[in-house]
Design a protein around this ligand. Structure first.
Ligand code: IFM
Length: 755
């Protein structure tokens, strides 16, 4: 079904009809395309909310339509190198996802095509590089095709009957142009034109989807492809598309290269310039080379060689690749997330930053600075913001958002080994500005100013766990987990304060107070309780009939160093929550009338989503906790069982369904009849945290202020481990043969370290 080629950093698929679309993201930071193994997907410029280019029909059948298709008309029949969407299939076919590109290799009746799609750094365009060959002299017709849509997806759903008459699609000297002229769009002056061009002569085109596809047909059998010619339709009001007709002569065994460009530019003149650039002889090759070099440089900052090859594949390639995509897209658009309302989540993005820190400190700082702009003078933060769309933020106050900022900042400062970043000045959302150092101190102040009756942080609109918004609607509910998160960052800010020559002890005093509460009030006898409701009920207690034990307060009791009984708590994680497909978030799952019918905590079915599924994001913290407890076998079990290819093999491909090369957010738990079904892949905090867990806790290579600490917690399956880590501009080659702590001081002279 699939195979990895780690040398090339690729995964190849032999079948097009995977259980769900298995996606890749092609991007240059401005122009983006999410593309499946069968050529389906969606392209957008900067924002999928307001500058979406083509239609992608989420959740509809047939699955994974539409996409970026090139019909090859060869005599009476036609087919696509992407395999989909035609009935006539290639005789030989495979597709491959690589770092920022997707390639299709297909053959039918002596015609072979290699189609590589990627977005290079020089133009904002999806490049379709087609290499064509035939075993005999042949004339074929190519029809590259994209079904366009209204750029604002939500407006299209609601208002297309009026607004589609404000769309135009036309031919400009054999370059097709789409203008999204809809009134009252959010940023008309920044809305680009979209273009579609080829580097070979264009015989005809269509801009009107209905003309190209025809009535009661679909992308499976467009009438114009069947007829063998496009109609030269324009589209001033209606449903737009880009379709080109390209006549190609193939000489036996000679390769012909055709390039198609789906791009954006601000004006017609800019389009002309952009297309001229794209058509230059070395443009495509240069762009692809640039992409490869970029990923080489990025990934070479941390590479390992270990006996567990699945883990190695994830650590070296797919996990940091996925983490970078999360850093870029937050939780915006995936096969599961429709890219309609979620902009940049402060909580989510602050966690994503953690996995960017070892790779690119400036990118990490810029993103964190963006999050600081969402902070108010009292220290709390907006929940989501929409910097690209310019929409008003979601202003709900959650108990955890502002604390993640402290953690991200700590990681940056410690990685860099300098305090300079703390002096950068960033505006507050409600006016004025302050240094980064002042910003993070305000995070702490806000938490301190919002403690509940028992002394734990108030839950406010929920903590990390969205579902808990229901325990605090009267504003009294308290979060024991946030107390542990607070404790974790209090130790971090105390360290920074000392480094700055300020008094860190006041933070440690607060830490001790919270720690006392955790052990005296939150300890249930066997594990740590999760939270306190408005009514004063402890959720996550043996005394409760449901949701008795929750993963997060066990793992974070150890991570924060607050739990005197952390070992016992984690033993109970193993006993009650662990499965062969990961650790459940809670046990037992809740029914929809717990704690009461009117005041229920969840509407999720048992074992699904937030209710008793294996929540992969939270599993990463269990891995870290086990490392801190120095229990390598447990850490490895929790880590290994969630490796996507391992979980998929364990559950079965058609049960697991999602990609075997990226982490998902959650997996249906044992209380569901679909135990093992993986859900919400690609964009999830699992990516960043699993990377942190395995590199900084299992392999144990952690930045410290004075240097690099190597404190591994590895089972025999991962030993010996050889790691190359670039740290503060120097390359360290580290060989780990046993679990022993070692410190490399910052003089950095010692580059080969053997443990
Ligand atoms: O923490 C959240 C995240 O912000 C969105 N997905 C679910 C997580 C757990 O509730």
């Amino acid at each position: 079904m699939y195979s990895f080629n780690n040398q090339k950093r690729e995964i190849t698929f032999k079948k097009y009809n995977t259980p769900t679309p298995w996606m890749n993201y092609l991007s240059n930071g401005t122009f983006h395309t999410m593309m499946s193994q069968a050529g389906g997907g969606v392209a957008f410029y900067k924002s999928p909310q307001i500058w979406r280019i083509n239609h992608y029909k989420f959740f509809h059948v047939p699955t994974d339509r539409s996409g970026f298709y090139t019909y090859i008309k060869d005599g009476g029949e036609y087919w696509c190198p992407t395999n989909e969407p035609c009935k006539t299939k290639p005789e030989k076919w495979q597709s491959t996802h690589g770092m920022g590109y997707t390639r299709f290799e297909a053959e039918r009746k002596g015609v072979s095509v290699t189609a590589t799609y990627f977005v290079g750094e020089y133009e904002n365009a999806l490049i379709w590089n087609l290499k064509l060959k035939s075993d005999s002299d042949k004339h074929i017709t190519l029809f590259p095709y994209v079904e366009l849509g209204m750029m604002e997806f939500m407006r299209e759903l609601q208002w297309q009957c009026y607004n589609k008459h404000q769309l135009s699609c036309y031919n400009m000297e054999d370059v097709l142009v789409y203008k999204y002229g809809v009134e009252t769009q959010p940023k008309p002056d920044e809305t680009p034109l979209v273009y579609f061009a080829a580097n070979v002569p264009v015989t005809a085109f269509d801009c009107d989807r209905d003309e190209f596809v025809g009535a009661y047909r679909s992308e499976e059998n467009p009438q114009r492809v069947e007829l063998g010619n496009c109609s030269k339709s324009t589209m001033y009001g209606g449903d737009p598309c880009f379709a080109l007709q390209l006549e190609i002569e193939l000489k036996a065994n000679e390769e012909k290269e055709v390039n198609i460009f789906l791009g954006t530019a601000m004006t017609e003149e800019d389009i002309r310039k952009s297309v001229e650039n794209c058509r230059k002889t070395d443009f495509v090759e240069k762009s692809f080379k640039g992409l490869a070099e970029k990923w080489d440089a990025h990934l070479s900052k941390f590479q390992c060689k270990i006996p567990d090859k699945d883990a190695e594949t994830m650590i070296n390639i797919w996990n940091p690749y996925q983490a970078e995509r999360n850093f870029q897209f937050s939780r915006n658009i995936s096969y599961y997330a429709t890219g309609t309302f979620r902009g940049v989540g402060v909580r989510d993005t602050a966690q994503d930053i953690l996995a960017m820190v070892p790779f690119d400190l400036r990118r990490a700082k810029d993103k964190l600075n963006l999050l600081f702009t969402q902070q108010y003078n009292d220290g709390h933060c907006n929940h989501y913001c929409f910097p690209t769309e310019g929409w008003e933020p979601v202003t709900r106050i959650h108990s955890d958002n502002h604390l993640w900022l402290v953690m991200a900042c700590y990681h940056i400062v410690i990685e860099e080994g300098k305090l300079d970043y703390l002096d950068e000045v960033v505006e507050f959302y409600d006016g004025g500005s302050a240094t980064v150092w002042e910003h993070i101190k305000k995070s702490i102040d806000f938490c301190l100013a919002n403690l509940g009756e028992c002394g734990f942080p108030l839950m406010l609109s929920s903590d990390w766990n969205d579902m808990l918004y229901k325990v605090c609607r009267e504003g009294k509910g308290e979060s024991i987990w946030t107390s542990m998160q607070f404790g974790t960052v209090l130790r971090q800010i105390a360290e920074i304060a000392d480094l700055k020559g300020e008094d860190g002890s006041k933070y440690l005093e607060t830490y001790e107070q919270q720690k006392k509460l955790v052990n005296e009030i939150a300890w249930d006898g066997e594990w740590y309780r999760r939270c306190i409701t408005d009514e004063g009920t402890f959720i996550g207690s043996e005394k409760e009939p449901q949701a008795k034990i929750w993963l997060n307060t066990q793992s974070w009791s150890v991570i924060s160093g607050m739990g005197d009984n952390g070992t016992q708590a984690m033993d109970n994680v193993k006993k009650y929550l662990d499965t062969d497909l990961g650790i459940k978030k809670i046990h037992p799952s809740m029914t929809t009338d717990y704690p009461t019918k009117d005041g229920n905590l969840t509407m999720y079915n048992k074992g699904c989503g937030e209710n008793g599924s294996v929540f992969c994001h939270a599993n990463t913290w269990a891995v870290i906790a086990e490392c801190l407890l120095k229990r390598p076998e447990n850490a490895y079990k929790y880590y290994h069982q969630l490796l996507p290819m391992v979980a998929q093999a364990q559950a079965g491909e058609w049960r697991y369904k999602a990609e075997p090369y990226v982490y998902c957010s959650n997996i249906f738990g044992p209380e569901s009849d679909k135990f093992g079904l993986a859900n919400v892949s690609w964009l999830t905090g699992t990516a960043a945290w699993m990377y942190v867990a395995v590199t900084q806790y299992m392999l144990g290579i952690r930045a410290k202020w004075d240097g690099l600490e190597i404190d591994p917690c590895l089972p025999k399956e991962m030993l010996p481990a050889k790691v190359t880590r670039v740290f503060r501009g120097k390359t360290y080659n580290i060989t780990i043969t046993k679990n022993e702590k070692k410190f490399i001081s910052f003089d950095g002279k010692e580059t080969d370290v053997i443990i």
